[in-house]
Design a protein around this ligand. Structure first.
Ligand SMILES: [Zn+2]
Length: 201
């Protein structure tokens, strides 16, 4: 992360990696579909998702398209409901495309262990322009399936742990707003309502 931001999805402003990432994508990968990101207010974001049952080439392609969409939006995590699909699938890359080995696909993930607490500011691609402090575990261990359907376990610390929690919340229909104080949450909801009225949301 380039600065103090530890948002699980929204990369802080400043030097933008997007042009660089886009150029790399054009050079090395087949054409990817960039999905528009579903915004807060769409009921799909607040519904639990369906288990991934079919692990085929189509799912692999979907995951790659989700990475491309996430990079285009400069996020470090993206869950299927955020592209309008109620499916228990998320992609995460806390390096925002800088390290191909950091790409993580989690299908049907569960947190099997959590430890410690860190309070940090968090944002969400579906709630652009708003951030809030959320307490998350410092370490989490996730059990999930990869795009081939193979079960694996992965441990994350700090930003990665936060990303796992944030993305798995999405798959359960939970947004980071629900972890904020009622006062802060209502303030953000009121502002979004106003933006909607103005046709800016
Ligand atoms: Zn989010």
């Amino acid at each position: 992360m380039p600065d103090k931001s530890t948002s699980s999805e929204v990369v802080a402003s400043g030097a933008s990696p997007s042009a660089e990432v886009a150029a790399e994508a054009v050079a090395s990968a087949p054409a990817r579909k960039i999905y528009p990101i579903v915004k807060y207010g769409d009921p799909i974001l607040e519904k639990p998702t369906a288990t991934v049952k079919t692990f085929d080439a189509e799912l692999e392609q979907l995951a790659e398209n989700m990475f491309a969409s996430m990079y285009a939006a400069q996020g470090v995590g993206l869950a299927a409901p955020q592209i309008g699909l109620s499916l228990r699938l998320s992609v995460i890359d806390v390096t925002v495309g800088k390290n191909p080995e950091a790409k993580i696909v989690i299908a049907n993930p569960e947190i099997i262990h959590a430890e410690g607490e860190v309070r940090e500011e968090e944002g969400c691609l579906s709630i652009p322009g708003f951030r809030g402090y959320v307490m998350r575990p410092q370490f989490v261990t996730v059990r999930a399936q990869n795009v081939k359907g193979e079960t694996f376990e992965i441990r994350g610390e700090n930003l990665l742990a936060r990303a796992f929690c944030h993305e798995i919340d999405h798959l359960n229909g939970v947004l980071f707003l629900q972890h904020l104080s009622m006062l802060k949450r209502d303030l953000i909801k009121r502002k979004i309502k106003k933006l909607k009225k103005q046709g800016e949301w």
